[in-house]
Design a protein around this ligand. Structure first.
Ligand code: AMX
Length: 435
């Protein structure tokens, strides 16, 4: 058994009795209550999901396995000369909660290299799709056709025991994750670069190989590592994470489940916001003849967007109530690598002006920027100007978190998700009964 898989199995054996004890001895302890407002308001804030992979504090932002973003970046092994850690080491950390040594990280790097090759029929399927299809639809389709590779589905059909579910789920998760950089880069080069794919370099790591297959020189390899880690997980209630887990709870395999999560990520209120930010910034620049606006002009443009009934993309959040630390991490990168980029300067100006406008507007509970307000600027600077591709990058990162989660879900035997619905009549009856 490989090092990571063996450690994961030890951790699973440690955690199983905790879940069993909570379910058996404390199953009736009240965790939360649900108001009518929450039932008709998107289940905001109701505590009814369990994950140890990451946690989101409304003020502080995300912690991965208990560590803040900067702690995560600081402790994980890096390639000499790189500012950001190996994605493979981060995968080890998310799965086990333990910081890997460089040797343990390199084992995963090698393991992923062995799993990297994408079946030719996936590329053939992508080539058969209309070129003007959104790249998120391409990604979702590419992943779902690979379902024929699922070990979980095969072993389930052979009659596997429940206690073994985690093993083929882990194998599927690693196989799928290791292939995503090649699939994403293929979509990019096929759709936007006259179908000129670049072959994987067997000597490179996850982030480095992705940059290489995109055809973009360093430090884009570090951009990729940073980007994938920042987008990996945001606890379990967001649409992409929750969709993946919901679908997996029916014992659908990792390919079906993650593909469903990708579809959820493609909504403009979720992952698609990063392309919307760029579209919005472009329209500001266009209206002002390519010039940077003054703060007054920007304010007018923000109000124009709000008055036309649209949201300011990249601002607000369902849980966060402060500036997203994922936004700040990218801002730090921009300050070092692209301080004079006009688009970065505009994003900084929006950061100065938009929270005040949103507060005055009085609707958004959180007037501060989220991860998507900054991420497109970094991509644009390094030549990825095709902004409808940005959510694919988010999706590759999100795979790390959701695949770790569904591996653990199978390991801990979490059941089929099935919340209960009520009718509007029932809600009114509850109100009347309480007088
Ligand atoms: N611009 C304008 N209005 C906003 C707003 C924004 N950025 N953010 C929230 N609002 C509005 C909502 O539309 C809602 O209006 P309504 O009462 O007329 O329906 C009201 O403020 C209250 O919303 P909320 O409770 O503050 O937010 P929410 O939990 O319902 O939604 C989110 C959260 C992210 C969908 C919302 O803030 C939004 O639409 N932001 C812009 C899109 C975006 O950046 N999405 C990416 C989020 C991060 C991610 O998942 N990638």
């Amino acid at each position: 058994m490989a090092g990571l898989k063996e450690l994961l199995y030890q951790k699973i054996l440690e955690q199983r009795p905790r879940v069993a004890r909570l379910a058996k001895e404390h199953g009736s302890v009240l965790l939360d209550q649900v108001t009518i407002g929450q039932a008709i308001g998107g289940v905001r804030g109701v505590k009814c999901l369990v994950t140890d992979i990451s946690h989101l504090d409304p003020e502080e932002g995300v912690r991965f396995r208990g560590k803040t973003i900067s702690e995560t970046f600081a402790v994980l092994p890096k390639i000499p000369g790189s500012e950001y850690p190996y994605v493979e080491g981060f995968w080890y950390f998310l799965l086990t909660g333990e910081v890997p040594s460089i040797e343990q990280t390199l084992e995963v790097v090698q393991d992923f290299r062995n799993r990297r090759e994408v079946p030719q029929y996936v590329f053939d399927t992508l080539r058969a799709m209309p070129r003007d299809l959104h790249p998120m639809a391409m990604l979702s389709g590419a992943v779902v056709v690979m379902q024929r590779e699922s070990l979980f589905a095969r072993r389930y059909n052979e009659g596997m025991s429940k206690k073994d579910y985690w093993d083929p789920m882990y194998e599927d998760a690693c196989n799928l994750l290791a292939k995503l950089p090649a699939i994403a880069a293929f979509i990019y080069r096929m759709k936007y670069k006259d179908d000129t794919p670049i072959a994987s370099d067997p000597d490179l790591d996850f982030g480095g190989d992705f940059a290489h297959m995109m055809g973009i020189a360093p430090p884009y390899d570090d951009v990729a590592r940073m980007y994938f880690i920042l987008h990996a997980d945001h606890e379990s209630g967001n649409v992409s994470a929750h969709t993946t887990r919901l679908v997996a709870s029916a014992l659908a395999d990792a390919y079906y489940s993650y593909s469903a999560g990708v579809n959820g990520l493609s909504g403009p209120l979720h992952g698609l916001a990063n392309q919307e930010v760029l579209r919005w910034i472009q329209s500001v620049m266009q209206e002002l003849g390519g010039e940077l606006p003054t703060e007054e002009e920007l304010k007018k443009f923000l109000w124009k967007t709000l008055k036309s009934g649209q949201v300011i993309p990249g601002y607000g959040h369902a849980v966060l109530r402060r500036t997203d630390p994922r936004y700040l991490a990218q801002m730090e990168f921009c300050k070092i690598h692209l301080p004079d980029d006009p688009m970065f300067q505009l994003v900084q100006m929006i950061y100065k002006v938009a929270p005040g406008v949103l507060r005055e507007h009085g609707k958004a509970k959180n007037p501060w920027p989220n991860v998507d307000a900054q991420s497109g600027v970094v991509q644009w600077h390094f030549g990825v100007t095709e902004y409808d591709f940005y959510t694919v990058l988010f999706a590759v990162g999100r795979a790390i978190g959701v695949l770790a989660n569904i591996t653990w879900d199978r390991a801990l035997g979490y059941p089929l998700e099935r919340p209960k619905s009520v009718t509007l009549d029932m809600l009114e009856e509850v109100v009347d009964a309480q007088g």
